[in-house]
Design a protein around this ligand. Structure first.
Ligand SMILES: NC(=O)C1=CN([C@@H]2O[C@H](COP(=O)(O)OP(=O)(O)OC[C@H]3O[C@@H](n4cnc5c(N)ncnc54)[C@H](O)[C@@H]3O)[C@@H](O)[C@H]2O)C=CC1
Ligand SMILES: O=C(CO)[C@H](O)[C@H](O)COP(=O)(O)O
Length: 301
């Protein structure tokens, strides 16, 4: 199969590499020329615009968007519009709002798959977890690509109709916020509590057989190993928040109580309003680097 990939940043580049490794062809475009050149070095055919990418793909277009949610997705779709037919397939693998995705599915001339992507840059080796919404035929058609980008066939599934993939990913992120908060509170109590503990050793012990073992807990272990048990100069500022806000807003609309997710979101906003040095916020800040390579806010020395 030949796949066009638009957006070659932290996540899009992994899509390119895994699809090439699986023996498919890739045509690649990004606004950043260096990113295009680097993808070409890896074996992709470079494109110098979205239209050039569409033309290079020929008649049967399968295109993966991996650009920031919002305007960049609409801009790419606007440029593609005149080059798509109902036999083509466009995948949006970014963190788009599910209502934007249902709108785009109606407006786009091609079949549209909204694909929630989880796993972060660690997915380069492991593959991602992919939550896909949209027409069944298009999902089946793209299965070889999903097999390559995901951890394997078990790492992706069709959630339902348009919007459902990004809906599931939105809720995934709400869960992510609450888990980070829970680990943060536990480690804060251990850091402030009765014993002088090595928190890397605690995390490692928990990660080996404990009920609460997980990848986020492995990232806590990594954070303590790399920053020290006191988290060094990691600041208490936690960035991000859009997907958690969407989750809470949707929960309010559906009248489903999500107090843990709400509280975790509030903690993020609180971290920006007051510098209180809370350990849980410092760990959340560092964890965002662990799973997403988001920049770590650090204290001035
Ligand atoms: N970093 C992470 O762990 C995860 C990110 N995501 C989502 O994946 C998407 C991409 O994220 P990252 O790769 O981390 O971002 P990134 O900032 O590393 O890469 C985005 C790339 O898109 C390019 N770009 C922006 N507008 C463009 C346009 N109109 N046409 C072509 N290229 C354009 C940029 O030049 C950049 O290279 C976002 O929606 C993000 O929320 C989803 C899951 C995890
Ligand atoms: O989707 C992700 C992980 O699953 C991204 O890393 C996302 O950026 C996380 O959300 P936030 O930026 O609000 O922390």
């Amino acid at each position: 199969m030949q796949l066009g990939v638009i957006g070659l940043g932290r996540m899009g580049r992994i899509v390119v590499d895994r699809v090439l490794d699986a023996g498919h062809d890739v045509v690649a475009f990004d606004l950043d020329e260096a990113a295009v050149a680097s993808a070409a070095d890896a074996g992709a055919t470079p494109a110098d615009s979205v239209v050039d990418l569409a033309e290079k793909l020929g008649d049967e277009k399968r295109i993966w968007l991996m650009v920031p949610a919002g305007e960049a997705v609409d801009a790419a779709l606007d440029d593609l519009e005149d080059h798509l037919t109902d036999e083509d397939v466009v995948v949006d693998g970014g963190n788009s709002h599910f209502e934007d995705s249902t709108r785009r599915a109606e407006e786009t001339p091609a079949a549209y798959l909204d694909c929630g992507t989880s796993g972060g840059p660690a997915g380069a080796e492991l593959g991602f977890s992919l939550m896909v919404g949209g027409p069944e035929w298009a999902y089946e058609e793209l299965t070889p690509v999903f097999d390559a980008v995901a951890t394997g066939p078990a790492g992706h599934d069709r959630m339902g109709p348009a919007g459902s993939g990004h809906y599931v990913k939105m809720v995934h992120n709400g869960v992510e916020y609450a888990l980070m908060q829970a680990y943060g509170e536990g480690f804060e109590l251990l850091a402030e509590g009765r014993y002088d503990l090595d928190l890397e050793a605690v995390a490692r012990t928990w990660n080996n057989g404990a009920v609460i073992r997980s990848w986020l807990l492995e990232l806590c272990e990594e954070a303590f190993r790399e920053e020290g048990t006191d988290l060094g100069d990691v600041d208490d500022y936690v960035a991000g928040g859009s997907t958690g806000t969407w989750t809470v807003r949707e929960a309010l609309e559906q009248e489903v109580p999500v107090p843990l997710i709400y509280q975790a979101l509030g903690e993020r906003f609180g971290s920006r309003a007051a510098e209180d040095g809370r350990f849980s916020r410092r760990l959340a800040n560092r964890l965002r680097y662990g799973f997403g390579r988001h920049e770590v806010a650090r204290r001035e020395k």
